[in-house]
Write a protein that binds this ligand. Structure first.
Ligand code: GDP
Ligand code: ZN
Length: 313
């Protein structure tokens, strides 16, 4: 079989990493390969899900990774303490933040956190509101309007009644998307509904590789028919806003953007500072008060972490 790229020039996408082995997507097949001792790489750190890699075919017919191609984007969890970042996935285009209309009720704090991660990593994001079959007029649920006003698209779906799947598919096609949200909102069900051949075990997104739990801690990339990938990364679900530079945090709230440069103090943290235009916008009703509260919660955690860092603890 002639593989794409020609001999010695095979470019593949990393789907999963486990204990020194890498499952990669090449053409329309999946290969398991190892990492060559000396790997050429533009970036730092280990090979992660989403990386584009160059393969070499070995005499015994197996493949190894010889080069990690430069990354276009990184989804990372930053640690101020170690002045480092833990890369969750590479070359991600967008984050699909999944919530459910009911069972469980939408977790707005979690949604704010997921969207904040996307903004801080410079990734596009949208909201998937699943299980709309359980609630009449689910899009009018309290809290949802704030996301629409902040500029996020909300896609209502029902995995069980197969509604909204066309629009979701349209957004996912040809892109690398992170599918993220608390457990129980229907992520596996949506993936199964989109890709019936996949047959994920509903209720347990994480054990489908059949190789045990430890194999998927770094997340998993699922190739989509017709191009694109869906990433299911545990990392982003446990986003700790604490590990964010407090000065950067206001940029995690998209709707603050137009007001930030108008605050009287350049280092305004939008609390009780005089001349805070973000607060004025909240008072005037153009920024959602609950999202503003969410910002303050994240800010406090971020400041705690920054203090701990300075103390060297
Ligand atoms: P995950 O943890 O996010 O992957 O969620 P699952 O896909 O495992 O779904 C959790 C539960 O919600 C399961 O019992 C599903 O059958 C149910 N569920 C998923 N999607 C829908 C939906 O659109 N409507 C309803 N009513 N139930 C759903
Ligand atoms: Zn301010």
């Amino acid at each position: 079989m002639e593989l794409p790229g020609g001999a010695g020039r095979l470019i593949a996408r990393v789907l999963e990493t486990a204990g020194g082995l890498y499952r990669v997507h090449l053409g329309d097949g999946v290969l398991e390969c190892s990492l060559r001792g000396r790997v050429k790489r533009a970036g730092e750190g280990p090979v992660v899900v989403g990386d584009r890699v160059r393969l070499e075919k070995l005499p015994d017919g197996s493949h190894c990774i010889t080069e990690v191609l430069p990354r276009e984007s990184l989804l990372a969890r930053r640690s101020l303490a170690r002045r480092s970042q833990q890369v969750i996935a590479a070359n991600v285009d967008q984050v699909a933040a999944v919530a459910s209309a009911a069972q469980p009720e939408p977790d707005l704090r979690m949604l704010d956190g997921l969207l904040a991660v996307a903004e801080l990593n410079g990734l596009a994001a949208f909201v998937v509101l699943n299980k709309v079959d359980l609630v009449p007029e689910a899009e009018e649920l309290p809290g949802m309007e704030a996301y629409r006003r902040a500029g996020y698209t909300i896609l209502p779906t029902s995995a069980s009644e197969r509604t909204g799947l066309g629009a979701l598919w349209g957004r996912l096609r040809s892109k690398v998307s992170v599918f993220s949200g608390p457990s129980g909102v229907g992520k596996s069900s949506l993936l199964n509904a989109l890709m019936p051949g996949l047959r994920l075990r509903v209720g347990d997104v994480r054990e489908r590789s059949g190789k045990g739990r430890h194999t998927t801690v770094g997340g998993l990339l699922i190739p989509l028919q017709g191009g694109g990938y869906l990433a299911d990364t545990p990392g982003i679900q446990h986003f700790e806003p604490g590990a964010v530079d407090p000065r950067e945090l206001s940029s995690a709230f998209r709707e603050f953007g137009p007001h930030l440069t108008s605050c009287r103090f350049a280092d305004c943290r939008h609390r009780e500072e005089p001349g805070c235009e973000v607060r004025h916008a909240v008072d005037a009703g153009s920024i959602d008060a609950r999202r503003f509260e969410s910002y303050h919660e994240m800010l406090e955690r971020a400041e705690d972490v920054a203090r701990t860092d300075r103390g060297g603890a």
